[in-house]
Write a protein that binds this ligand. Structure first.
Ligand code: MLT
Length: 378
């Protein structure tokens, strides 16, 4: 039996993918072969030596120690695009919430409970909650991946002028963008042009704190910022100052922290609801489960963030999977006998080599090759 440990609630449609004849799945499962996780923070978790993979049911992987996992031969997957529509929809809601004081108005109406004069007071008092329309305004989209791209396209259809930037934009992704999206080559162009800016980049050492006093100062006065990516992208104290001095008119954030909650009336803090829809949770769970199964049963790697992606049809009934760092594939191959088919891929320093073999496997001999971290025989 293979053990699948759930570190968060994962939609049943996903966990049902694990055949109960082959897998034990649950929160209390020990000696896990694979982990499925949503937002639980795993940085301080000591993983069992049995652990072969971690699948993040979602896009962001900043809750997982990627380098430590890679060095221990643990493949980390995410599920890019699986929740993109859910996040896109909440970003559109956020654009509107940043433009019209719907939340303030709704709260005020509650204070009129039981008031016979309510209808009259509503008409008299509503002016304090008036806002502006988004049509004709400029939206800057930082990051044109699965989510940013959808947001950009919908914003165009809502009559916004859309400026997008993504240093990693592939040709295929660019083709999925509306021709109305103006793609620029620097974030600075977005900062200087946009009335609204929405962030759709992962939290990495490069993007951490990218919204700070300097970048905020280069934005238009009264800009509205939406952050449905990660709290770490924004230096919160700089954001609070920019809200206080009017540089930023609204900050809608899906990652409330102690530094943000209650810091300004101009903050709309949402409790990480971006991907919390039935559809997104189902899509992520199914993708995470399928990727885990394909890895545990066939050694195929799809959507890994710390090892190269690699897929090969099986040609014998025994497969040897080798995870290595700074290793020479030819040296690994020399240590494997009876090879019928093989393939390999690299990602940075990490190597993944797969051999379909006939006959016995001397795993110790393969492990002895310089740089080899782990050998899995399936
Ligand atoms: C993501 O990174 O895709 C979201 O944070 C997913 C989630 O809400 O679990």
């Amino acid at each position: 039996m293979l053990n699948i440990q759930l570190m968060n609630k994962i939609a049943k449609i996903g966990t049902d993918k694990f055949d109960t004849a082959k897998y034990t799945v649950g929160e209390d499962v020990r000696n896990a072969d694979a982990i499925l996780v949503r937002s639980a923070v795993l940085h301080d978790t000591v993983f069992p030596s049995s652990l072969k993979s971690i699948a993040r049911a979602g896009a962001g992987v900043n809750n997982i120690p990627l380098d430590r996992c890679a060095d221990d031969g643990i493949v980390v997957f995410n599920t890019p695009g699986a929740n993109a529509n859910g996040v896109k929809e909440i970003v559109i809601a956020a654009l509107l919430l940043a433009s019209r004081d719907i939340i303030g108005g709704v709260e005020w109406v509650k204070t009129l409970k039981g008031d016979e004069e309510a209808a009259k007071k509503v008409e008299k008092g509503k002016a304090q909650f008036a806002g502006c329309e988004i049509m004709g305004k400029t939206l800057g989209v930082i990051g044109l991946g699965a989510i940013g791209r959808l947001v950009a396209n919908v914003a165009c259809s809502l009559g916004m002028t859309v400026v997008g930037c993504d240093p990693y934009l592939s040709e295929a992704a660019a083709k999925m963008l509306s021709p109305d999206v103006k793609v620029v080559s620097s974030y600075d162009e977005i900062y200087s042009e946009a009335d609204y800016i929405t962030l759709h980049v992962p939290a990495t050492p490069q993007t951490k704190g990218m919204i700070n006093a300097t970048t905020l100062s280069s934005m238009k006065d009264g800009v509205k910022l939406l952050n449905f990516s990660r709290a770490d992208l924004v230096i919160e104290s700089d954001m609070v100052k920019a809200l206080e001095n009017g540089k930023v008119a609204k900050y809608v954030v899906d990652f409330p922290t102690v530094g943000i909650i209650g810091a300004s009336d101009k903050i709309i803090a949402i409790p990480h609801l971006g991907a919390s829809t039935e559809e997104s949770e189902d899509n992520c769970a199914v993708m995470a489960a399928n990727q885990t199964i394909d890895y545990l049963e066939n050694g195929n790697i799809v959507n890994s963030v710390n090892y190269p992606n690699f897929k090969m049809p099986r040609s014998t009934d025994k497969r040897v999977c080798v995870l290595a760092k700074n290793a020479d594939v030819a040296e690994i191959t020399k240590a494997v006998s009876g090879v019928a088919a093989s393939g390999s891929a690299t990602k940075g320093d990490y190597v993944y080599a797969v051999y379909d073999v006939t006959g016995d496997v001397d795993a110790e001999k393969i492990k002895a090759v310089n740089g080899v971290i782990r050998v899995i025989v399936l």
